[in-house]
Ligand binder design. Structure first.
Ligand code: NAD
Length: 478
C-alpha cells in the first residue's frame, strides 16, 4: 500500500485553513519515525472566530428539522464507508495500528453516524397531566448548545465519531479538538460531513496547544457542553474548568481492566482471545484487559496458552497485511513501557514474554507478559496503556473481586465461567461501566460506552448517548 498522507488543515467557518504562517506540530509515522505532516496550530484569534461561528451556526442547526439532520448524518456515514480504505490508511500512517484494525474502526465510526441519525428523529417530549384545570404542561428536550469536544490520538475515528454523531443529531454545533498526533483521520470525518451537506460552521475542527485550546474554549460563554476522552489527570483539570462555567462535562478516562478466569471456564478461549484483546491497538486501548486474575486450578494451563499466543504475535508496520501488533503511537509511550517493565522486574516480577523494545526504526515494544508482579510495582496501579499483560493467580471469588475492584478505575471488566451463578455475581459486583462475560468484544453502537469511578461519567453510544447533548425545558400554559 502506498497511500500518501493527507495535507492537514484547521476547519473553521466552513473553510479549510492551512498553515499560513501559523505555528505547526509535526506528525510522525510511528512505524518508521519519518515526518509525514505538519498540523497547523490554531491561534487565539482562530479560536475566537471558531467560537463566534459555533454560536451563530447553533441557531441555524438547532432549527433544522430532525429529518434533515438525519439525512445529512446518513450521507456522511455512506461517504465514510466509501472512503474507508483511504481513511484507514491515514490512521495507520499516523497512529500505527494494523490496517485491518483501522478498517474495522472506520466502519464502526460510520455506524455511529447511522445510529444517531435515527436518534435525531426520536427526540420527543411529554405532556404531563396538570393538577389544576385548564393548564397544559409540556416537557420538551432541546439541544444543549455549542459543544467543545476533545479526543485523543489512540482511536482517531471512533472517538470523534461517538461525540460528533450524537451532538450533531441533537442539534448542537461542535468545535472538535482531536489529538495533534493523529489529525488526518478526524479531518477525513469532517470532510465527509462537509461533503454530505452539513451547513458551514456547524462543525469546526481545531488543533493547537491542548491546554491553551481547552482553556479558551471551555471559558467561553458560547460553549454549553464539554466532552473529553483521555487521561484521568486531564479529565480532572477539564472538569474543574467546566465547573467554573457551570457546564456539564462527559468524561471517558482510563482503565485497568481486570479479567477473572474461574476454574470452570473455557480456559483456552479466555487466554487466546485475551491475548488478541490485550495487544489490540498495541494495548493503547482504554477498555483493554490488563490484569488477568486466574483461579489457581487452571493457572498453569492459562499461562501456557497465553504465553504461547503472545509469543506468536507478529509485530511490525501496520501497513503490512500480516502485522498483528503495530508500534506504540509515540516515543512517550515507548519510554513508559520501558519504565513500567524495569520497575516491575526490579521489584521481582517475572517476564514470561517480551519485556523490551524492539530494534527500530519505529516505536516497537514486544508483547509482554509479566507474572508474580509485586503489589508495589507501578504497573499494578497505573494504567499500562501499552502491550503489557499481568497474570496473577487467585483462590476464592472474594479475592478476585477485591483485587478487581481495588483500583480507582472502573471502565471495563471481564469474567470467564460456565457457572450462571458466578456470572451473575461478578456481573453484579464488578465495579466497571462495561462488563464482558465469556467474551472480550464488549463495544457495540447500540450499547452505552462509559465508566464508573475515576474512569469518568456519562455514556456515549446506545440510546443513552444523545442525552448529554439535550436539555429539558417545560412549558406550563394556562
Ligand atoms: P495526556 O494526558 O497528555 O493526553 C491525553 C489526551 O488529552 C491527548 O489527546 C491530549 O491532546 C489531550 N490533552 C492533554 N492535555 C490537555 C489539556 N490541557 N486540554 C485538553 N486536552 C488535553 O496523555 P498522553 O501522553 O497523550 O497519554 C497518556 C495517557 O493518557 C495514557 O497512558 C492513557 O492512560 C491516557 N489516555 C487515555 C485514552 C482513552 O482512550 N481514555 C486515550 C489517550 C490517552
Amino acid at each position: 500500500m502506498n497511500t500518501p498522507y493527507d495535507t492537514l488543515y484547521l476547519f473553521i467557518d466552513g473553510k479549510w485553513i492551512g498553515t499560513e504562517g501559523r505555528a505547526t506540530a509535526t506528525v510522525v509515522n510511528p512505524a518508521t519515525e519519518s515526518l509525514i505532516g505538519q498540523v497547523p496550530l490554531a491561534t487565539s484569534g482562530d479560536l475566537d472566530r471558531a467560537l463566534e461561528v459555533a454560536g451563530q451556526s447553533f441557531e441555524l442547526w438547532r432549527r433544522t428539522v430532525p429529518a434533515e439532520r438525519a439525512s445529512i448524518l446518513k450521507r456522511a456515514a455512506d461517504l465514510i464507508l466509501q472512503r474507508a480504505s483511504h481513511i484507514a490508511a491515514q490512521m495507520t500512517l499516523e497512529e500505527g495500528k494494523p490496517i485491518a484494525e483501522a478498517m474495522d474502526e472506520v466502519t464502526r465510526a460510520a455506524e455511529y453516524f447511522e445510529w444517531f441519525a435515527e436518534s435525531a428523529r426520536r427526540i420527543d417530549g411529554r405532556v404531563v397531566p396538570a393538577n389544576r384545570p385548564g393548564v397544559l404542561q409540556i416537557v420538551t428536550r432541546q439541544a444543549i448548545g455549542p459543544v467543545a469536544a476533545f479526543t485523543p490520538w489512540n482511536f482517531p475515528a471512533i472517538t470523534p465519531a461517538r461525540k460528533l454523531s450524537a451532538a450533531l443529531a441533537a442539534g448542537c454545533s461542535v468545535i472538535l479538538k482531536p489529538g495533534e498526533e493523529s489529525p488526518a483521520t478526524a479531518l477525513a470525518l469532517a470532510r465527509a460531513l462537509d461533503d454530505a451537506g452539513l451547513p458551514k460552521g456547524v462543525l469546526q475542527v481545531v488543533f493547537g496547544v491542548p491546554d491553551e485550546v481547552s482553556s479558551q474554549l471551555i471559558a467561553s460563554p458560547i460553549i454549553r457542553k464539554v466532552t473529553f476522552t483521555g487521561s484521568v489527570p486531564i479529565g480532572r483539570l477539564l472538569s474543574k474548568r467546566a465547573a467554573e462555567g457551570v457546564k456539564p462535562i462527559t468524561l471517558e478516562l482510563g482503565g485497568h481492566g481486570p479479567v477473572l478466569v474461574f476454574d470452570d471456564a473455557d480456559v483456552e478461549r479466555a487466554a487466546v482471545e485475551g491475548v488478541a484483546n490485550r495487544f489490540r491497538g498495541t494495548g493503547q486501548v482504554c477498555i483493554s484487559s490488563t490484569r488477568f486474575l486466574i483461579q489457581r486450578g487452571v493457572y498453569p494451563q492459562f499461562v501456557d496458552h497465553f504465553v504461547s499466543a503472545a509469543r506468536a504475535l507478529r509485530v511490525g508496520n501496520g501497513l503490512h497485511p500480516h502485522t498483528q501488533v503495530g508500534p506504540l503511537a509515540n516515543l512517550r509511550q515507548l519510554a513508559k513501557m520501558e519504565e513500567l517493565v524495569a520497575d516491575a522486574v526490579a521489584k521481582g516480577a517475572q517476564v514470561l514474554a517480551g519485556g523490551e523494545s524492539l530494534p527500530g526504526p519505529g516505536f516497537f515494544f514486544a508483547p509482554t507478559v509479566l507474572a508474580n508482579v509485586p503489589m508495589d510495582a507501578r504497573v499494578m496501579h497505573e494504567e499500562p496503556f501499552g502491550p503489557i499483560a499481568i497474570l496473577r493467580p487467585f483462590d476464592e471469588l472474594e479475592d478476585a473481586l477485591s483485587e478487581a475492584n481495588r483500583l480507582p478505575y472502573g471502565l471495563s471488566a471481564y469474567a470467564f465461567t460456565r457457572s450462571a451463578r458466578t456470572a451473575m455475581e461478578v456481573g453484579e459486583r464488578l465495579e466497571a461501566g462495561m462488563i464482558g462475560i465469556n467474551q472480550y468484544r464488549i463495544v457495540a453502537t447500540e450499547l452505552p460506552f462509559g465508566g464508573l469511578k475515576d474512569s469518568g461519567h456519562g455514556s456515549e453510544g446506545g440510546t443513552e448517548g444523545i442525552e448529554h447533548y439535550l436539555t429539558n425545558k417545560f412549558i406550563s400554559q394556562a
